[in-house]
Ligand binder design. Structure first.
Ligand SMILES: Nc1ncnc2c1ncn2[C@@H]1O[C@H](COP(=O)(O)OP(=O)(O)OP(=O)(O)O)[C@@H](O)[C@H]1O
Length: 580
């Protein structure tokens, strides 16, 4: 937590807050002294003027104390909130740049908990630290000093009450701290089950697994709740036992103090002041212990946040990135003997991928499910780095470019359509904020999306719900394709993006892609399962078990490549069965 405070806490503000805190504690320590003075010199001697005079003094000191406390609370609260906000920003920024390898290591549910609940734990404890943890030691030593000054003999009472209190706090910490630390993991679990339940809601219903999922959530929820109840039950014992210890201490002070008063070695006012100092000592001790009970939970949260912030990204920008070339007519994409392996996997997911394509060419990738098509194309925007070999865009190794530049050179439509909440226009301008309505309509025309958007009277202002839930699967795919085309780039990649389109629309879309003057200046990569989708490509890569087992045109592969022929045969058979 120290690391996070060093990075995200404004120390000047903490210093100002602490200065006011010291003023507040001084006032708190001064007040019992005046009380004893009023009793000893005003009440005992019936000196009304003295009582009034001291009363005004008390009022002024109380007012100063309240003011100082207010300023301190303000700084503690605002600084801890600002610190939380900065940590959230840093986490979001870091997560946005994590490569898929690192992202998978945490999982999205845990990343959400770390950005929300873990940060809240830090914020809460930070307020406690900035208030109680700084206040308690000053108060503890100040009150002890004042109490000793008032009546040294009476401090003997603390020799009994403080060890008892320390023992009790030790027992509470021993049981509560491990439970507190485990709570964050249990919240992760709740988030995970909840997320799966939300994203898979239709599957759950269709498979009649509602009860199963409800039980799963209830299990995770109960597990967390039970731990929380256990831990707060333990902590709740602190208050009554603390009151008991405080009352015991007071009885001890009164008993011993009464004897000192009757011996005339102490004045009544000193006894009253001493009792207030005793309460301040015990309260400070208690507050300090409370902070130490809560700090381990926040430390566990800080550790989880630091794990993300300090995660080394396996995909890094070079120290001096190569500048982007002007590629208006020379766009190219090349894989030069590329090997790639997923983290921890024994087998290569891609081995020795080697091909080249120029502007105006379409490369189609075909292969069975799990053959490595998506993996191959995920190397183009540098979502992963190859283990061996190079991926070159316009003749430059993408590892030599900044990731920002690589992303500006590649426009990608992923297998799963992702749309954002907002208007159609906002979605279309996602990769090209300056795109005009004409450009957007042109891209939508190519993507065969105009028909259903025109139908909507709002046109480009039509509303898109979260995840594009108000559009059909095919409509979402067409909008995603259109968005990919609105962002003009030397390399377009379509990962199985045409699968939800019927044959006719698929053919029309590919025809429109080929005819477009702007797209002719780029390399187009299409991943597909259907022979019909790849047949007219300039270069077809047949992929099997992560290897490119054949490359050429449809006619060449049909004549020479066994795997390609098998794919054709299987699709003809399927077609026959469907027709027959
Ligand atoms: N994140 C990952 N971590 C580990 N292995 C993975 C990961 N993603 C994919 N794989 C493995 O890599 C292989 C290739 O997967 P890939 O997604 O590239 O196949 P694909 O040809 O695109 O399949 P499909 O047509 O079904 O989408 C598969 O065996 C898969 O199990």
């Amino acid at each position: 937590m120290f690391k996070l405070s060093r990075r995200y806490l404004a120390w000047w503000a903490v210093a100002i807050g602490t200065a006011f805190l010291i003023v507040q504690v001084m006032c708190d320590l001064w007040l019992p002294n005046i009380t004893s003075d009023i009793i000893n010199n005003g009440v005992a001697k019936s000196n009304i003027d003295y009582i009034w005079h001291s009363g005004y003094k008390m009022l002024a000191i109380s007012f100063l104390g309240i003011l100082a406390s207010g300023v301190n609370v303000y700084f503690a609260a605002t600084q801890s909130q600002r610190m939380g906000s900065k940590i959230r920003d840093a986490l979001f920024k870091k997560v946005s740049f994590l490569s898929n390898h690192e992202f998978e290591q945490f999982g999205d549910a845990s990343l959400i908990t770390r950005t929300t609940n873990d940060v809240i734990q830090i914020q809460n404890v930070m307020v406690m630290i900035l208030r109680m943890m700084l206040q308690s030691p000053i108060m503890l030593f100040g009150a002890s000093f004042m109490a000793y000054n008032k009546q040294p003999e009476l401090t003997a009472v603390f020799l009994v009450s403080l060890p008892v209190l320390a023992l009790f706090v030790g027992i509470v910490m021993f049981f509560a701290v491990p439970l507190f630390q485990g709570m964050q993991k249990k919240i992760d679990r709740i988030n995970l089950v909840f997320r799966e339940g939300l994203t898979g809601v239709r599957v759950i219903r269709a498979f009649n697994r509602d009860k199963f999922e409800q039980d799963r959530f209830e299990g995770a929820n109960k597990d967390y709740t039970n731990t929380a109840i256990k831990v707060f039950t333990i902590v709740s014992f602190m208050f009554p036992i603390m009151t008991l210890i405080m009352s015991g201490t007071n009885i001890g002070i009164i008993w011993y103090g009464a004897r000192l008063i009757s011996n005339q070695t102490m004045q009544v006012g000193n006894l009253v002041a001493f009792m207030t100092y005793a309460a301040q000592i015990l309260m400070s001790f208690m507050m300090l212990s409370m902070v130490f009970v809560f700090i381990p939970r926040a430390s566990a949260s800080a550790k989880r946040i630091n794990e993300v912030l300090e995660m080394k990204n396996s995909v890094k920008d070079p120290q001096t990135p190569t500048a982007l070339k002007d590629v208006s007519s020379t766009a190219s994409l090349e894989f030069d003997h590329v090997d790639f392996r997923y983290k921890g996997a024994e087998k290569l997911a891609i081995s020795d991928a080697n091909f080249k394509a120029q502007a105006g060419q379409t490369v189609a990738i075909i292969g069975g499910t799990g053959s490595g098509k998506s993996t191959l194309i995920s190397l183009i925007p540098r979502f992963f780095d190859p283990e061996k070999g190079q991926v070159l865009i316009n003749g430059t190794d993408i590892k030599a470019m900044s990731q920002h530049d690589v992303h500006s050179q590649v426009s990608l439509a992923q297998q799963k359509s992702v749309l954002f909440r907002g208007t159609v226009r906002e979605n279309m301008q996602y990769g090209n904020p300056d795109a005009t309505d004409d450009q957007i309509w042109r891209a939508m025309e190519i993507a065969q999306a105009t028909e259903f958007i025109h139908k909507d009277e709002d046109g480009l202002d039509a509303w898109v719900e979260q995840d594009g839930d108000n559009f059909s699967g095919g409509q979402k795919q067409r909008l995603t394709i259109a968005r990919t085309l609105v962002k003009q780039a030397p390399v377009y990649v379509f990962d199985d993006s045409f699968s939800a389109l019927d044959f006719k629309t698929d053919a029309e879309l590919r025809h429109a892609l080929r005819e477009d003057a702007q797209i002719q200046k780029s390399v187009v990569v299409i991943v597909a399962q259907r022979i019909a989708t790849v047949a007219d490509a300039d270069l077809i890569l047949v992929i099997d078990g992560g290897k490119i087992v054949g490359q050429g045109t449809h006619q060449e592969l049909k004549a020479n490549n066994e795997t390609y022929r098998e794919i054709i045969d299987s699709q003809i058979k399927k077609g026959d069965q469907a027709n027959g």
